[in-house]
Design a protein around this ligand. Structure first.
Ligand SMILES: NC(=O)c1ccc[n+]([C@@H]2O[C@H](COP(=O)([O-])OP(=O)(O)OC[C@H]3O[C@@H](n4cnc5c(N)ncnc54)[C@H](O)[C@@H]3O)[C@@H](O)[C@H]2O)c1
Length: 325
């Protein structure tokens, strides 16, 4: 698949009204792809859809909560009614919930995180993928996980583990799509830090599902009183320029499109996280018992020993926003 061949294809993007979904929609639309923005926030959806209409780029906004399977089927019908075939599913909607020690988390937050961050991904695959397979043309399913999937962080059991679940879903999907000789690719996107509206949109989804109040942005800290030390970083600590650290969603979109053209299974964004992954992989490797292997066992259970999809993922060249690919 080349960038030119993307023209006229259709992408269904969940969480498409904001952040990484919207940034990717912009990159796809610039390549001539029809974009379907599916999101539960009508205001954000209206604003995002208008952006494409003003540019004369084909776009459709559909109201969708990915936890609602009936609504999902209707959204897919609307996309097909407008653009014909769907080729790309960007299964991207996700949330963060208030988390701490898992044994202290609230049941309703646990269930909501599973509903959106895991069931929502399966709902997307079950609803859209059969439609892509039915027309038989090139297609791709990309699901958004997180860097937290591959290097888990303390006190985020749900986010870490559900996102790791998404990694495994997409790896298995790749095996199963290859096994039927389909032209549909499968990839998992594991972003590091991007400037988006995740805090705000997660609060709104929690309010919708759990009836809690939408959290307001915290007020700025009060100015120091006379004689009081100013709040801020400790002496000697130089605050980095966050605008140079956090990346923009369009940059993520370029990485995702490049990965689809390359046929990649893993889409990673920050080489800084490689160390954590290497340590985790090495720890698991060391945990295998150091003892001779049974060759008969290996033959009988060959399917458990590995899969060629892993060898298909090649080294990804570096990328800086604006580079050609
Ligand atoms: N921003 C980051 O640095 C970062 C890092 C790792 C992973 N992620 C993941 O990226 C994905 C996109 O988030 P973002 O950072 O772009 O945030 P965002 O808030 O800017 O965009 C997410 C969009 O998804 C929508 N959404 C949330 N729940 C939904 C639901 N149930 N049904 C339909 N739409 C829903 C929101 O309304 C919002 O428009 C999420 O899965 C998130 O977990 C983000």
């Amino acid at each position: 698949m080349t960038k030119a061949e993307l023209k006229g294809k259709t992408a269904f993007i969940t969480g498409g009204a904001s952040g990484l979904g919207l940034g990717t929609a912009k990159v796809l639309a610039n390549a001539g792809v029809n974009v379907v923005l599916a999101d539960f926030r009508q205001n954000a959806l209206d604003e995002a859809t208008k952006y494409f209409e003003d540019k004369g780029q084909p776009a459709l906004g559909v109201k969708l909560d990915v936890t609602d399977r009936e609504e999902y089927a209707k959204a897919a019908d609307a996309a097909e009614a407008k653009f014909g075939k769907i080729h790309i599913l960007f299964n991207n909607a996700g949330i963060g919930i208030p988390e701490g020690n898992i044994w202290e988390d609230k049941w309703e937050d646990i269930d909501l995180a599973i509903d959106v961050n895991y069931r929502g991904i399966l709902n997307g695959i079950k609803t859209i993928l059969p439609r892509i397979l039915a027309h038989g043309e090139w297609g791709y399913v990309v699901s958004t996980a997180s860097k937290a999937a591959i290097v888990p962080v303390p006190k985020f059991t749900l986010y870490n583990s559900l996102k790791m679940g998404v990694v495994t879903v997409m790896e298995t999907l790749k095996m199963d799509l290859d096994a039927i000789g389909s032209k549909v690719g499968s990839a998992v996107f594991c972003p590091g830090g991007y400037t988006t509206n995740l805090g705000q949109s997660s609060g709104e989804l929690r309010a919708k599902h759990l009836g809690v109040e939408i959290p307001q942005m915290p007020p700025p800290p009060p100015p120091p009183k006379d004689g009081e030390a100013p709040q801020g970083p400790p002496p000697g600590f130089e605050m980095p320029d966050f605008s140079k650290i956090m990346r923009i969603p369009e940059e993520a979109g370029e990485r995702i499109v490049r990965a689809m053209l390359r046929g990649d299974m893993y889409i990673l964004t920050h080489s800084e996280f490689k160390k954590g992954w290497d340590e985790r992989a090495a720890a698991i490797s060391r945990a295998f018992p150091d003892q001779p292997q049974n060759e008969d066992y290996k033959k009988i259970f060959a399917i458990l020993m590995g899969n060629e999809v892993f060898n298909k993922q090649t080294q990804v060249p570096g990328y800086a926003y604006g580079d050609e690919y």
